[in-house]
Ligand binder design. Structure first.
Ligand code: HDE
Length: 703
């Protein structure tokens, strides 16, 4: 077949780019001054990265094209296995600063000196979804912290919920299998609302306390920045004299707790599946470094013996009223990774990474985890030398005789690769140290080898009830609604019934509300209990999110929807007040090109209205002018913007012309106090002050 002769290479201009166009019309960007020359992995300079080597321009590809083969070979192997759980995550660098040294409790080096800064890497995650799943799944969030201390890496691999589904690590594969996609269908993705999960849960009463947390708004955080972190298990602190104290670790966010509403979560996942990632990225890039306090709950053997529950049981908390959470330091995240894969994907958290002065307890979940995290790194990172990766390497000096293996960057130098040896300090390598080295607390242990759950783990309902009773009415309603939503997705009625039989052991009011929501007329008999549930545990305020909200609107995001004719003075004032309060403002308009303000200037928008629904903001302002109001009324996303803001109890600032839009979407004529008129620049301040409450809960017909 005759072909048109291809043109000669020539200069071409594409917009702002001057390029060389090849004979086939392809783009070549050659190494001009200031650019490095492209090379292969072996360092050989490359002359053409657009065309494979062929026998004739239209001929077959040649095997000797080493550049092509290397490029495709590498591409084919770019992926490593995603984490079996916590696959979707996002990380950041920062530091931990010791504010209250605690040598009386622990000899851990990082807790000895006030003001000591320890570098950290933190990875937040969801548990159930695959790596590409959306951020706002109803799920536990991982809160994994690697502290690069001067005596080795300490990993506090925690969650944003202080309890867990199971009491024994041997059940972990089961709970995870049940929540993940069903194996025949490979869906649902990143959702617990399906038969397999609730089938397992309804047969596992030990998970009931965790279920309360998972059905609460804790499982749909507004952002990583507004959630707590918990080490979950009881650990041990050991001081220089060998004295041991039990401890539970907690991270408390400086900006207060905040969650979204389920109806928002569902919509955010469509509008911005990367909602949490984007939030962390933007905050750190803007210099709004998120911060948490590290708080310790410490207690001795005597407290442990007298406490209502077993401190080794990971389905139990210790209320802060019984053991206060004492701040000892702060965590600040101030730098995003330079490369997501190298750092966030390859970071290997391991519960067994502890340092002298911090030790495990016998919590059976923790004991099992200590095996799993090392094992999983071999699969994911491909060999035993994953500690050679910069993100996993200690930042303190380290010396050992381990050698070789895949990708070994560091091997022992010289002759000594074993000890004892007699080669002297120069070449003989490191020696063990009784003084500096990690020693294990010599806890007494005896007993038969058995597979048996301790009786002290048998109460599965009392703390679930305590959690429910500690919530505000709004939060209790959310728990009931979440259960109704999830169980309505179960297709098998007996799974729903089994859950209702458990809920009655937690709280009658909750069981009745869920039964009503499911349309179940008659409650089944309560589930059999191993231990009679207690009803006398005092409610604990720190378990509620709403009781511990923020005191200002700092760190939150205001969405401003504007139209042509917007008053630039009012907008400017809103932006100034927001900036002074540490609030981010994003501008939305019918087109991203922006609007023409009342003074004739153009104000560029960050978002077209369809791309920035009100669900992605903490509060909204409608700066609508008469000129633009009619056009806005015709836009369905503008109507959703308003009706969602209303249904999600958001504070809404508005100019008079916006009322036309309110009318169109059917809002009540008498606007409630969550609507704040912005008649002049002076109103901006009052509006943002009001937003600190985050939501106007008094709206009767909200979501
Ligand atoms: Fe994990 N968990 N886990 N887990 N976990 C993993 O380790 C495991 C548990 C947690 O951002 C895996 O590197 C077992 C409790 C976080 O990289 C794996 C048991 C808590 C992360 C593993 C538990 C956690 C993981 C998967 C039951 C809260 C993400 C990939 C005994 C205290 C870390 C990996 C990151 C990840 C095992 C239970 C937190 C398979 C066997 C309880 C935050 O090793």
């Amino acid at each position: 077949m005759a072909r048109k002769a291809a043109g000669k290479p020539e200069q071409a201009v594409y917009g702002d780019q001057q390029v060389v166009r090849g004979r086939g019309g392809e783009t070549h960007q050659t190494a001009e001054e200031g650019y490095e020359t492209l090379t292969t992995q072996q360092g050989t300079p490359v002359s053409d990265d657009q065309n494979t080597l062929r026998h004739g321009a239209r001929g077959a590809a040649l095997l000797e094209d080493f550049h092509f083969r290397e490029k495709i070979f590498h591409f084919d192997h770019e992926r490593i296995p995603e984490r079996v759980v916590h696959a979707r995550g996002y990380g950041a660098h920062g530091f931990f600063e010791t504010l209250k040294p605690i040598p009386e409790l622990t000899k851990a080096d990082l807790f000895q000196r006030k003001g000591e800064k320890t570098p950290v890497f933190v990875r937040f995650s969801t548990v159930a979804g695959n790596k590409g799943s959306f951020d706002l799944a109803r799920d536990v969030r991982g809160f994994a912290v690697k502290l690069y201390t001067k005596q080795g890496n300490w990993d506090l691999v925690g969650n944003n919920i202080p309890v867990f589904f199971i009491q024994d690590a041997i059940k972990f594969p089961d709970v995870v299998h049940s929540v993940k996609q069903e194996p025949d269908k490979d869906f649902p993705q990143a959702q617990s609302a399906h038969d397999n999960f609730w089938d397992f849960i309804s047969l596992t009463p030990e998970s009931m306390h965790m279920i309360m947390w998972i059905m609460s708004d804790r499982a749909i955080p507004r952002s990583f920045r507004f959630m707590e972190g918990f080490g979950v298990h009881t650990f041990r602190l050991v001081n220089a004299a060998g004295k041991s104290t039990f401890v539970k670790f907690q991270w408390k966010p400086k900006l207060g707790l905040q969650s979204v509403i389920w109806n928002e979560a569902v919509k955010i996942n469509g509008a911005d599946p990367d909602f949490h990632r984007r939030d962390l990225w933007n905050a750190i890039q803007n210099g709004d470094f998120p911060e948490w306090e590290l708080c310790l709950q410490t207690f001795d053997e005597k407290f442990a013996e007298n406490f209502e529950f077993d401190v080794l049981d990971p389905t139990k908390i210790i209320p802060e009223e019984q053991v206060p959470a004492v701040p000892v330091g702060r965590l600040v995240l101030d730098r995003m990774p330079e490369n997501f894969f190298a750092e966030t994907e390859q970071v290997a958290f391991m519960t067994q990474n502890i340092v002298p002065g911090i030790e495990f307890s016998n919590d059976p979940l923790l004991q099992g985890r200590n095996f799993s995290y090392l094992d999983t790194q071999l699969k994911r990172l491909g060999g035993p030398n994953f500690t050679h990766l910069p993100i996993n390497a200690p930042k303190c000096p380290f010396h050992h005789f381990q050698q070789d293996g895949h990708m070994a960057f560091y091997n022992p130098r010289g002759r000594a690769n074993y000890e004892p040896n007699s080669w002297g300090p120069e070449i003989g390598g490191p020696r063990e140290s009784v003084e500096r080295g990690f020693t294990t607390f010599a806890e007494d242990a005896e007993g038969p080898k058995i597979r048996q759950r301790p009786e002290s783990f048998a109460d599965h309902y009392s703390q679930a009830r305590q959690f429910y009773e500690s919530q505000t009415l709004i939060e209790q309603r959310h728990i009931a609604e979440a259960l109704v939503f999830e169980l309505s997705k179960c297709e098998v009625p007996r799974i729903r019934e089994r859950m209702l039989s458990h809920l009655q052991n937690i709280h009658d009011e909750l069981a009745n509300a869920v039964a009503e929501g499911l349309g179940v007329a008659e409650l089944p008999a309560p589930a059999d209990v191993a231990v009679t549930p207690r009803t006398d545990l005092a409610p604990s305020d720190p378990l509620s999110i709403l009781k511990r909200g923020p005191t200002s609107f700092k760190g939150r995001k205001l969405g401003v929807l504007m139209t042509d004719g917007v008053d630039p003075v009012l907008l400017g004032e809103l932006q100034n007040v927001a900036a002074a309060d540490g609030v981010t403002v994003e501008l939305i308009a019918p087109t991203v090109g922006g609007v023409v303000a009342s003074d004739g200037t153009t104000i560029v928008a960050q978002h077209k209205i369809d791309g920035a629904p009100s669900v992605v903001f903490d509060a909204v302002a409608l700066l609508v002018a008469d000129e633009g109001a009619l056009g806005l009324l015709k836009l369905p996303p503008a109507r959703d913007f308003v009706s969602d803001a209303y249904a999600h109890y958001k504070f809404v600032g508005f100019t008079p012309a916006a009322t036309k839009l309110f009318k169109k979407v059917g809002l009540p004529e008498d606007l409630d106090d969550g609507f704040i008129a912005l008649e002049s620049a002076a109103d901006a301040k009052a509006f943002l002050k009001r937003c600190a409450d985050l939501r106007y809960w008094d709206r009767p017909d909200g979501a």
